[in-house]
Design a binder for this molecule. Structure first.
Ligand code: ATP
Length: 234
């Protein structure tokens, strides 16, 4: 479904991504784990067309996404839940959700998706007219996920959804990710919480300073000694 080949990304003269390759198959949850600054966010932003790669390919259904405008990438079925949620704080929950559907035109279908999002996130329905900036961190994360779902994505890129959330909310957010995946959406998940990410992923890639250093079945990586030491705090 999504195949990244030899991706190289620079910020000025600094090379942040040094030739990364990985693939995401339809229906999977793929985790990309790694420490601060490893390059996880950069990879997601490059897939979404927000940053230009210097080299490599990002193939989605066989089409190279580079040179395709970010809004077209969304319309093609790739949604991004950014790090730090980035909700529009001066807009209501409802308006934020509608923003997520900006690439769609059929009003009835948008309304139908909105109902599905409200069913998945009853808290958002209750707070439909509340300003997004006044939501709690957990609610903002749910809004960011709901907003992404409004584009009816085939694949959803999630950047550190657990960041800054209490343990109970982290559980809730990961349950939601599992259920979004169960209803047919492929997930590429970037996380510093490697334990949780590996617990829900099918496969995972470990990123260190712009390189993938390990990859494999998520359960196997959980039992890998170097992963345990470096990322699972064991
Ligand atoms: P975190 O978990 O802290 O978000 P990350 O794995 O997502 O980390 P990135 O944010 O992708 O890492 O950063 C990768 C590298 O690129 C880091 O060394 C970072 O300092 C650098 N970097 C990121 N954004 C910029 C930028 N706009 N200008 C210059 N360097 C940048």
């Amino acid at each position: 479904m999504l195949e990244v080949k030899n991706l190289q990304v620079y910020y000025g003269v600094i090379q942040a991504i040094k030739g990364v390759s990985f693939r995401v198959e339809e229906g999977e949850i793929i985790a990309l784990i790694g420490a601060n600054g490893a390059g996880k966010t950069t990879i997601l932003q490059t897939i979404s067309g927000l940053i230009a790669a210097k080299q490599g390919e990002i193939l989605y259904g066989g089409v190279d996404l580079q040179k395709i405008h970010p809004h077209k990438i969304v319309a093609m079925g790739i949604a991004h839940v950014p790090e730090g949620r980035r909700v529009f704080s001066q807009l209501t929950v409802y308006e934020n959700l509608l923003m997520g559907a900006y690439t769609r035109t059929n009003k009835d279908e948008i309304e139908e998706t909105l109902e599905q999002v409200f069913t998945r996130f009853p808290r958002l329905k209750e707070r439909k007219n509340q300003m997004a900036g006044t939501l709690s961190g957990g609610e903002q994360q749910m809004l960011a996920m709901g907003r992404a779902l409004m584009s009816k994505p085939k694949i959803i890129l999630m950047d550190e959804p657990s960041m800054g959330l209490s343990p109970i909310l982290v559980e809730e957010v990961f349950d939601i990710i599992k259920s979004i995946n169960k209803s047919g959406t492929t997930v590429l998940l970037v996380e510093q919480n490697a334990k949780k990410a590996l617990s829900i992923a099918n496969r995972a890639y470990v990123l260190e300073t712009g390189n993938i250093v390990l990859e494999g079945d998520a359960k196997e990586l959980m039992n890998n000694e170097s992963v345990k030491k470096a990322y699972l705090g064991e």
